[in-house]
Ligand binder design. Structure first.
Ligand code: 6PG
Length: 638
């Protein structure tokens, strides 16, 4: 069982144990107890008659409190005010449970305390006993010492700051795969950490405790399954990172935390939350003056452990306080700087992470299409395709996703390739679809990304696909002759498609930045995506440089990109037409080609759309031969 701290405030009578103890308990939101309330009747009588207690009187009283302390520590902890003047009394108090006791000694001069005793009324302790108290007092061996020559607020603050040395710098809630890896990452960077995981019978049992016991440096980490004790174990202002499943679980945790937190504490949501929900959560927490950093984190389990790319957003003040934790554990760019930057106001970090995932979806689908056509049109084996991908990496197409795909293709199970055993039905948690919705709301094209989402949706219709395939019996064709030229053309089309996909993703970020006044820095976003994240690549390094001081330029119009694209345009159309003709579905290649041809066409087909709209709905149209603020309607049916 996880235990909570019991704070024992001790010192001679009149030193302020009750006042300070109550204030501290209120601050920590834990119960306060006064040792005097545990005296047997006989002791109280003796004291109020002016007789000092002897050790025989004290023994059962101290023993009883040792039991109470042990009990409180199994609950939420407590503050106990107790004189505990002799070392042996203190030893009795901690005889059952010493590990969870924090000793706080209130020290003051005889004159100061005597003066306070004079103004203190209706107490059974007589001032004359102070002399004997000072004689009995043995200087403390344990805990912290606080001089009481100041007001109670100052004393409480001093206690808190001295206790901080024993408190964790950071808290993390949720020890799933990502949470555990991030926790290990924080510990490897020498932060002290408290971790919390819920307790669920037969399902999540003692997760935090087990995690602590597995850590080589377990002195730096405290584990809890009680939220209040977890919160009490943190330095203030507190920084608490949530690594729980996006959606309702985040709100449940936030709701439980709100009553336990204080002004200026900061919650970091490191999950893939929707940016609009993050905005709502920020507003809700702001009402309690609690800071909130909605933070995108990319890199999967390994990234979380060794250094992810981190996209935090929220108030700058909160970032200045809590951002250091994130910057320290993140990946590094080629100059050694952190792949974590303050992205912008509330919601923007999760928006940027959402688009990261959108780009990721399309890059993954692009690789899937490339593999598929190489395997089933060009007749290559998985090993040959892996070799081709490795050559592309050498040729400047290096990316994390290309590298892992090359590795995936080499994986065997006995004589079989593992890839052939994996069901062709893609899962998704929603971020690609959210990007598509955002593009629809903002009125921009997201064709490569939306097509990759739709491709996953169609892949999910496995039984319908099998049935339709039996009905139509369509045949795919394979390449007849030497396929070197085809592979070269495919490489060109692959690179061009990837550039178009990145252009599309950054255009969405740019539009959202304008719409929501986020003032996002595209170069910084590309920079923190150069390492740690899933879409890190040579291309991302180039994009970082291109956007530097050119935030408003569109990727496809940079002269360096035009130079890369021009010799590849023919390959784009060629691969799409060869592939479709041979019977292969190529949604991302096709979407990229269509986008590019439309984007680079001065004259589109939309004049027909406008005429149709005006024909059946009198929606009006603008003309090429008049000013654009004029709208026209034609009576088409005359
Ligand atoms: C990352 C990943 C990560 C996760 C995706 C998977 O950047 O580390 O994108 O966030 O793997 O959410 O999403 P799907 O399950 O939707 O493919």
């Amino acid at each position: 069982m996880n235990k909570s701290v019991v704070y024992i405030i001790y010192g001679v009578s009149g030193s302020g144990k009750t006042t300070i103890g109550k204030a501290l308990a209120k601050d920590f939101k834990i119960p306060f107890f006064d040792a005097d309330d545990f005296h047997p009747e006989s002791n109280i009588k003796k004291m109020s008659n002016g007789f000092p207690l002897d050790d025989t009187d004290r023994a059962p009283w101290l023993k009883k409190m040792a039991n109470e302390i042990s009990d409180w520590s199994t609950k939420n902890g407590a503050v106990l005010a107790c004189s505990a003047l002799k070392q042996k009394y203190r030893e009795t108090l901690q005889s059952i449970d010493s590990e969870y006791i924090e000793w706080i000694f209130l020290e003051g001069s005889f004159d100061l305390i005597a003066h306070r005793m004079e103004v203190r009324k209706h107490h059974f302790f007589k001032k004359e006993m102070l002399v004997s108290q000072f004689e009995t007092l043995e200087k403390p061996k344990e805990g912290i010492v606080i001089n009481i020559d100041k007001n109670s607020d100052e004393i409480v603050n001093e206690i808190k700051s001295k206790l901080h040395t024993n408190k964790s710098q950071l808290g993390l809630i949720g020890l799933g795969v990502m949470g555990k890896s991030l926790a290990k990452n924080f510990l490897s960077k020498d932060f002290t950490l408290s971790v919390y995981n819920r307790q669920m019978d037969n399902y999540e049992v003692d997760v935090a405790k087990k995690f602590v016991s597995e850590q080589p440096d377990s002195d730096d980490v405290l584990g809890f399954d009680d939220l209040q004790s977890f919160v009490s174990s943190l330095e203030q202002p507190r920084t608490i990172m949530l690594m729980v499943n996006a959606g309702k679980p985040v709100d449940l945790v936030i709701d439980s935390l709100i009553p336990l937190l204080s002004k200026e504490d900061c919650i970091i949501d490191g999950g893939n939350s929707h940016y609009k929900v993050t905005l709502e959560r920020s507003k809700r927490l702001a009402k309690h003056e609690i800071d909130f950093l909605g933070t995108g984190i990319s890199g999967g389990e390994e990234g979380a452990l060794k250094g992810p790319s981190i996209m935090p957003s929220g108030s700058k003040k909160a970032y200045d306080t809590s951002g250091l934790f994130l910057e320290t554990i993140s990946a590094r760019d080629k100059n050694g700087n952190s792949c974590c930057t303050y992205v912008g106001p509330e919601g923007s970090g999760h928006f940027v992470k959402m688009v990261h995932n959108g780009i990721e979806y399309a890059e993954m689908q692009l690789l899937a299409e490339t593999y598929h056509i190489l395997r089933f049109y060009a007749g290559k084996t998985p090993i040959q395709i892996s070799d081709i991908f490795d050559k592309w990496i050498e040729n400047g197409l290096k990316s994390y996703l290309l590298e892992i795909t090359s590795g995936i293709l080499l994986e065997k199970e006995g004589d079989d390739f593992l890839i052939d055993k994996i069901l062709d039905k893609a899962g998704q948690k929603g971020t690609g679809g959210w990007s598509t919705n955002a593009a629809l709301e903002l009125g921009v094209s997201l064709s490569t990304i939306s097509e990759s989402v739709m491709a996953r949706n169609i892949s999910g219709m496995k039984s319908e696909r099998v049935e339709a395939s039996a009905i139509y019996q369509l045949k795919t064709t394979t390449i007849a002759l030497d396929n070197i030229a085809f592979v070269e053309s495919l490489e060109k089309a692959f690179k061009a498609t990837s550039i178009i996909n990145h252009h599309i993703g950054f255009e969405l970020i740019k539009e959202a930045s304008k719409e929501y006044n986020w003032e996002l820095n595209l170069s910084e976003i590309a920079r923190i995506w150069t390492n740690g994240c899933i879409i890190r690549s040579d291309l991302m390094e180039q994009i970082w440089e291109l956007f530097f001081n050119n935030n408003d330029t569109s990727l496809l119009t940079f002269p360096d990109i035009v130079t890369i694209m021009k010799p590849r345009v023919t390959s784009l159309s060629e691969i799409v037409s060869i592939g479709l003709k041979a019977g292969f579905s190529l949604p991302v290649f096709s979407a990229a080609t269509n986008y590019f041809l439309a984007y680079t066409s001065a004259q589109s087909s939309a004049n027909i759309i406008q005429a149709q709209r005006d024909y059946f709905g009198a929606h009006t149209y603008q003309r090429v031969d008049t000013s654009l603020d004029q709208y026209f309607h034609t009576n088409w049916k005359h």
